[in-house]
Ligand binder design. Sequence first.
Ligand code: A2R
Ligand code: GDD
Length: 319
Amino acid sequence: MKALVVGGAGFVGGYLIEHLVREYGYDVLATKLENEVIDSNECEVCDLNIMDSASVNQVLNRFKPDCIFHLAAQSSVALSWKNPQLTVDVNIKGTLNLLDAVKNIDSSARLLLIGSGEEYGLAVKDNEPIDEENAIKPGNIYAVTKATQNMLGGVYSKAYGMDIVMVRAFNHMGPGQSEMFVVSDFCKQVAEIEVGKKENIMLVGNLSAKRDFTDVRDVVRAYGLLAEKGRTGETYNVGSGRAVAIQEILDTILSMAKIEVCVKTDEKKLRPSEIPMISANTSKIRKDVGWIAEIPIERTIEDTLNYWRNRISGEVNAD
Ligand code: A2R
Ligand code: GDD
């Protein structure tokens, strides 16, 4: 089985490549942007900017994958407020380039489009986990682009008989994630404060929002199972099914800190608009492919904090 991982240098990409090779023995080609690095001897690597439709066609024609995991994106909600043009270009036009390339070469490859729990946005009601049958009501620019991706996937699947599975991934976390995202951001700050690399003030944004967090190692397990057993043309939630307040995440991280940390709200981290709570009903993925998130949130947080401690102490020693 030949799997193409588009956006393979990102956070999920690294874990997914390893999972596909070790768990399934897939032959993997991972794509990255020119300035990125994929540090793996388990797969073939090539440069690909999904905005360049000719190159997308070329890569597909050459590799002829059986399965494509589309991870490439501008993946930050916060950045989508600051750079809506880039977010729309990459997440919508880039996805369209991939869909058209698969269609044009008449490929029967299964395509997994990785969307977001953010697509539901304001449709989430009464603090209840939301399922795939609900209407969506995206509440930010990133969410609009991912909702569009999902709709394009549905249309291409129906109209052209393409084998497309759409995913709505809720928040993921784990060692190696960019500090643009909340768990990594908080862990990095604690690790810097512990070694005196940063003054003892931890800057935070909105702590009242509730989100549904899953360990990246569980997330890639879901993607592998969906590629193997997901129903074509369907959308699947990938999440833990439990909403946790960002305040609770912060408290857990602070309880693991080696020193007492001062916390301060940074106005710049507050967003123009915020969905109060988003959490996944995961009945469908459990029923169809037998997936359920397994890794407890405390373990992921501890692993992420230790990742940053190692990285920061390495940097401090190198100075
Ligand atoms: O933005 P960068 O330099 O970190 O590169 C990202 C890359 N990417 C692109 N790849 C090809 N052509 C482009 N025009 C392009 N623009 C950005 O996609 C990054 O290496 C990768 C996405 O990985 P992350 O940002 O680390 O996201 P993560 O957490 O791996 O999420 C995977 C998927 C994304 O579609 C999210 O929107 C969704 O799961 O939640
Ligand atoms: N990044 C960040 N930094 N977020 C903070 C902070 C902070 O200091 N303080 C509070 N937050 C809050 C944000 O306002 C948001 O409500 C929540 O923490 C999570 O923020 P992020 O980690 O930036 O993720 P996101 O929810 O905006 O988006 C992530 O999850 C989506 C799925 O739900 C990304 O991984 C998306 O790619 C993904 O689709």
